[in-house]
Ligand binder design. Structure first.
Ligand code: FCB
Length: 437
């Protein structure tokens, strides 16, 4: 492995809803994911995240795992419904107390706290008022950011406003496979705009009570054109604009791209300036490229997503394509030039069907190979001039993978959900040795 610059940030990521459990503790209110998981047929294994990894109670043990891993940063998310059980009004002190203890524990272990404010667990009360389709949710989000920063802003080392607003829009509101389960296709555009507006307003709120840098974490996927007709090219461009540019162009001051669904009537005077408030770091979440070709006649979509041939696959059936990460980083650099802030890869990882052997060890050579390839891809992009300053593995722990329930294991640490026993996998030792070097 080639050397990385001193001070490069090595971390791991999690999110509140996927690990915390204890959904009724601290006076937490229900979120859209509690509602969604209770609906029949939504989660493949019929599970809920009511217990998940029980991290709300086991955070000290999990902090010790982070310390043992030797990472310099831990990206977690704050559960909005713990801070504002109904999404509005004064802060719930018990909710903030939990994150206060977590943050202090991390600092004592020498790990920088990196806090994401919205990783998809919208308070259900806000959904009942229209959720992200309602412009007012952007203002509510800024208020929640303000309450959280007032308490943690002196110790959190990097703020991330939103996690993957594209995925929340498309899966949650476009095709309905994630909470809140709406099927609006491109009429989901207000969800994009209001998340971005909420981001911009939250940046201002965070700046008011914290001097720490501010980021957003976007999901990116290099698009591979399958087929060579003009229609295939048009489909590829449409998908690329939707997945890779809809949330980045306006953030970096370019306004909305010509992407399916963009509706100027939703955008009010002044909104684009709020959205383009300078950020310090662009968070890049990368898992795989996407194959695209022209749609069948009569399709409601201007593209068709097709499986890509010739790749090894993870247990999620996602292609393993480390070079896609290098390509994507170079592409961001080329496209946005000087407008591009420094980048941290805020999620990178893979699911495999890891299980303990007869001795209780969990050996996951595929994950080691996957991460090795992706870390090298980052280093190559850096050598070609892309300003990357950090890399976070998704995830510290096996956890509740949204609509996939407990069926997809992404952790460096295996979790036995019946006993909550944590077992570091061989990838944990590999990553520890890498970050030590
Ligand atoms: C990302 C999400 C994260 C996790 C990984 C596998 O899209 O941000 O919560 O589900 O995928």
């Amino acid at each position: 492995m080639p050397a990385f610059p001193a001070g490069f940030r090595w971390g791991v990521s999690t999110s509140a809803y996927q690990i915390e459990g204890a959904t009724a503790a601290d006076g937490r209110g229900p979120s859209i994911w509690d509602t969604f998981a209770q609906e029949a047929g939504r989660i493949v294994d019929g599970s809920t995240a009511d217990e998940a990894c029980d991290h709300r109670h086991r955070y000290a043990e999990d902090t010790a795992l982070l310390a043992g891993l030797g990472v310099s940063a831990y990206r977690f998310s704050v559960a909005w419904p713990r801070i504002q059980p109904t999404g509005a009004g004064p802060a719930n002190a018990a909710g903030l107390d939990f994150y206060d203890r977590l943050v202090d524990g991390l600092l004592a272990a020498g790990v920088d706290p990196v806090a994401t404010l919205f990783h998809w667990d919208l308070p259900q009360a806000l959904e009942d008022a229209g959720g992200w389709l309602n412009r007012d949710t952007a203002a509510r989000f800024a208020e929640y950011a303000d309450l959280t920063a007032a308490r943690l802003g002196d110790r959190v080392k990097l703020w991330i406003t939103l996690n993957e607003p594209f995925i929340h829009m498309s899966l949650g509101h476009g095709i309905g496979t994630h909470a809140p389960g709406r099927m609006l296709l491109f009429d989901a555009f207000p969800v994009a705009h209001h998340q971005l507006l909420g981001h911009g307003l939250a940046v201002a709120a965070l700046r008011a009570s914290s001097t720490s840098p501010v980021a957003i974490a976007n999901n990116y996927s290099p698009v591979r054109q399958v087929g060579d007709t003009d229609a295939d090219r048009a489909a590829t461009e449409a998908y690329d604009a939707l997945h890779n540019r809809l949330f980045t162009d306006p953030l970096l001051g370019l306004g909305y791209p010509d992407a399916p669904g963009v509706d100027p009537a939703v955008v009010r005077d002044g909104d684009l300036a709020v959205i383009a408030a300078p950020i310090d770091v662009l968070g890049v979440n990368y898992y795989n490229p996407t194959g695209i070709r022209a749609p069948e006649e009569g399709s409601p979509l201007p593209f068709e997503i097709v499986p890509l041939d010739g790749y090894a696959r993870t247990a999620f059936d996602w292609p393993v394509a480390p070079d896609g990460l290098r390509e994507l980083l170079l592409h961001l650099h080329r496209r946005y030039g000087d407008a591009l802030p420094e980048i941290q890869v805020t999620e990178s990882g893979c699911a495999y069907d890891d299980a303990p052997d007869a001795q209780g060890r969990v050996d996951d050579p595929e994950r080691i190979a996957y991460l090795d390839g992706h870390v090298r891809a980052v280093r190559e992009a850096m050598a070609e001039g892309v300003p990357v300053t950090g890399y976070f593995v998704w995830s510290l722990l096996d956890n509740w993978e949204w609509a996939e329930g407990f069926t997809k294991r992404f952790g460096l640490v295996h979790v036995d959900y019946a006993t909550q026993r944590r077992t570091p996998k061989s990838s944990y030792a590999w990553f520890r040795d890498l970050t030590r070097r």
